[in-house]
Design a protein. Structure first.
Length: 362
């Protein structure tokens, strides 16, 4: 089945990543950037439908390909109800949930609709895998401390799962045979405890939980956050932006660029050094907590995401956590490859499709 051509669609806030995978390699892998001026023309994300679809057609045409040559589509996301990890066929119920916005509005939802419509038009399967709301939390992980708030699972599930499978293969085992801690280190940071193929605990990387990151605040002292909310100095929207978008490294240093911060450190920037080390310190604490969740039975710790390219960060973090288990690297987001791999696992009958239900866990 390696000769199948898989169209990969991965929309982001300011780009659409488009790829074509066949015969074990990505023959097209392009990121189409969308500037703010272009995007401001669209009142809602759904108004971007034609814009995003046309970007896909153009990339195919530029590479002398057409939809008639495509055997399947694999798309990232979108924001659907919490569900176990797996490969899912994009279906009307899933599209209905994306359109509702109940689980969050993001261009990946538009990408899901574009992919679904193209699948219907060309009579080819449309798949997605390990969406952001992947939820395999154990019962204990859901308790927050007050009944009105339940801990939610929202994180970099696609790259977490793909990294875990890759590391398992490097160790000569299957994903469901080992215990791993995977830390996705990017604009947001998620640390997942993987037990025998399930992510039984992970911080909510989007909504104020876990380590602070380049643009997110992470866990905060609850009492002080309440005081800030009722200080009269901030609107609800502004507080939420402090949690996600203007928190973390950005709040302290005015930039989310870790390369820039490392340059400041190299030039003697004491504040930059303290803040950067504090972020690494918090990631190490979260990894230590995940080791406790796994009762110390950890085969490896995997570092992934864009920050895993940083030698400085990896060395500092490894010094703090290497006593737990060997530290292995899989830098980058790896989303395009992960989607292609999911499609091939489906075509090669290595993994059955999971069933999407709207009303209850699958």
């Amino acid at each position: 089945m390696d000769d199948k051509k898989i169209l990969i669609i991965n929309p982001g806030s300011t780009s659409t990543k488009i790829g074509v995978f066949t015969e074990g390699k990505m023959i097209v892998n392009q990121s189409v950037k969308h500037d703010d001026e272009e995007l401001r023309k669209f009142p809602t994300i759904w108004d971007q439908y034609d814009f995003r679809r046309d970007a896909i057609f153009k990339v195919l045409a530029d590479n002398n390909l057409s939809m008639g040559e495509i055997d399947a589509i694999a798309c990232r996301g979108g924001n659907v109800r919490p569900l176990p990890g797996g490969i899912y066929r994009v279906c009307p119920k899933m599209i209905e949930d994306m359109k509702s916005g109940i689980y969050g509005g993001h261009p990946i939802n538009v990408g899901g609709l574009v992919a679904f419509d193209l699948g219907n038009q060309f009579n080819i399967p449309v798949l997605t895998a390990d969406p952001p709301m992947t939820d395999e939390l154990c019962a204990s992980a859901r308790y927050s401390g007050i009944p009105q708030i339940t801990r939610q699972s929202s994180f970099h599930a696609l790259n977490q799962k793909a990294t875990a499978r890759k590391i398992a293969a490097e160790l000569g085992k299957k994903y469901d045979e080992i215990n791993l801690i995977v830390a996705h280190l990017g604009g947001g940071i998620s640390v997942g405890a993987h037990r025998r193929g399930k992510i039984i605990d992970v911080n909510n990387a989007l909504d104020g939980d876990g380590p602070f990151s380049p643009e997110r605040a992470g866990s905060l002292p609850a009492g002080d956050l309440v005081k800030l909310c009722f200080s009269g100095e901030y609107t609800k929207k502004e507080v939420l932006k402090l949690l996600t978008g203007k928190g973390g490294l950005f709040a302290y240093m005015g930039t989310t660029d870790a390369v820039e911060i490392e340059k400041r450190i190299a030039h003697g920037g004491q504040k930059a050094a303290e803040v950067y080390e504090a972020m690494i310190y918090q990631v190490a604490k979260e990894i230590g907590a995940s080791a406790a969740v796994l009762e110390g039975d950890v085969d490896a710790i995997a570092l992934t995401g864009s920050l895993a390219y940083s030698k400085k960060l990896v060395e500092s973090l490894s010094r703090k956590i290497s006593f737990i288990a060997p530290v292995l690297l899989n830098p980058g987001e790896n989303e395009m490859e992960a989607l292609a791999d999911a499609a091939m696992r489906y075509f090669n009958n290595e993994e059955a499709l999971s069933v999407y239900h709207q009303d209850k866990a699958a």
